[in-house]
Design a protein around this ligand. Structure first.
Ligand SMILES: Cc1cc2nc3c(=O)[nH]c(=O)nc-3n(C[C@H](O)[C@H](O)[C@H](O)COP(=O)(O)O)c2cc1C
Length: 329
């Protein structure tokens, strides 16, 4: 495959793993990159400069292929503005291949000058956005690409609530930098659709959790296979931090607190990071809000990353041929 993304990074497939707090660490990141996609190292998983720098170096020992580093710039109890600045400085010093920024854009965090420092270090800058206006801003301040994340995505979709189907072509027709589709992507059909919508690549997160190499408890992988596309929901809209999670006991509790007008103080014990971390590790699916996208409906097995990516690309090629034949008849 040859797209602006494979060319920019020199990767085999334009298929990128999205940031996942508690999950995207060195080993798994390297596994995705070694399989021909781009793995993700999520900076929020590391609380000190040494730990973070070690994680980048550790990943480089496990793969000689490029990977993305995510810095999530959203309100958080444990990750402060000082952490954000430290992550960005270390990324420039270590000359990582690319940054996936989500939340606040870089000019508001480190200023325009530091964007130039990152670019001089060869770091490609991508912002994950849910609207055309945010994509336009990112392009204006010097980003190299856009992740267009629709309301279907796991994690924190923008409360504009625009679907991936609309967001990809709207952003692709508006900005000149490459656009990568995020949300609702999990197989060859959805990769083919994203390319047809004007994307140069796709990002997946939920699909990557159900792979052999992903270091979460097997209960969670089995749960992903069991669940359907209608079994996720949006939580924490009321506190301005909407997130898409699979429906479970805790999510019901969160929605009940929100319906009664409960605020952050009542919600924190239900959504705390430790609770989520434990659930991924020990496989207690009902015990935490677990971020997942609607793409969950397309996940039916637990392949290796290599088999998954090869299959997705082969399927996409066949799907595009099938559609071509419709026009040739
Ligand atoms: C378990 C999980 C954790 C996530 N954590 C983060 C995060 O820390 N920062 C971020 O920007 N996005 C996060 N996301 C969002 C993903 O990076 C990606 O945008 C989204 O999940 C794509 O939709 P999909 O899961 O349907 O493929 C997370 C998603 C999941 C599933």
């Amino acid at each position: 495959m040859k797209t602006a993304i494979t060319e920019m990074f020199g990767v085999k497939y334009p298929i990128i793993c999205g940031a996942m707090m508690w999950i995207c660490k060195s080993k798994f990141c390297a596994a995705v990159s070694n399989a021909g996609g781009m793995g993700n190292l999520t900076a929020g998983n590391y609380s000190t400069e040494d730990e973070f720098r070690d994680a980048i170096r550790q990943t480089r020992k496990l793969t000689d292929k490029p990977f993305m580093v995510n810095v999530t710039i959203l309100p958080s109890v444990h990750i402060t503005a000082e952490h954000h600045k430290m992550y960005l400085r270390v990324c420039a010093e270590e000359k990582v291949s690319g940054l996936e920024i989500s939340g606040t854009p870089l000019d508001k965090v480190v200023g325009k000058e530091f964007i130039d420092v990152l670019k001089k270090a060869g770091v490609k800058l991508f912002h994950k956005v849910g609207s055309v206006r945010h994509a336009v801003h990112a392009e204006k301040i010097g980003y190299d690409g856009i992740y267009a994340a629709g309301i279907e995505e796991g994690g924190h979709p923008l409360n504009d609530d625009v679907t991936t189907m609309l967001l990809t072509p709207r952003i692709a027709e508006t900005v000149k930098i490459p656009v990568v589709t995020v949300g609702g992507i999990a197989d060859g059909r959805t990769l083919a659709a994203a390319l047809a919508l004007g994307a140069q690549g796709v990002m997946m997160a939920t699909r990557f959790v159900a792979t052999q190499e992903c270091e979460v408890h097997d209960n969670i992988k089995q749960e992903i296979i069991r669940r359907q596309e209608y079994e996720t929901t949006l939580i924490c809209k009321s506190i301005g931090l909407q997130g898409r999670a699979i429906k479970n006991k805790i999510v019901e509790d969160v929605l009940a607190v929100e319906a009664k007008g409960g605020g952050l103080e009542q919600l924190i014990p239900l959504i705390s990071g430790q609770r989520v971390k434990d659930a991924w590790e020990f496989g207690n699916v009902d015990n935490a809000p677990m971020m997942m996208g609607q793409s969950i409906g397309l996940v039916k097995d637990i392949p290796t990353c290599k088999d998954l990516l090869e299959r997705i690309v082969a399927e996409a090629k066949a799907d595009i041929e099938r559609v071509k034949n419709i026009f040739n008849k």
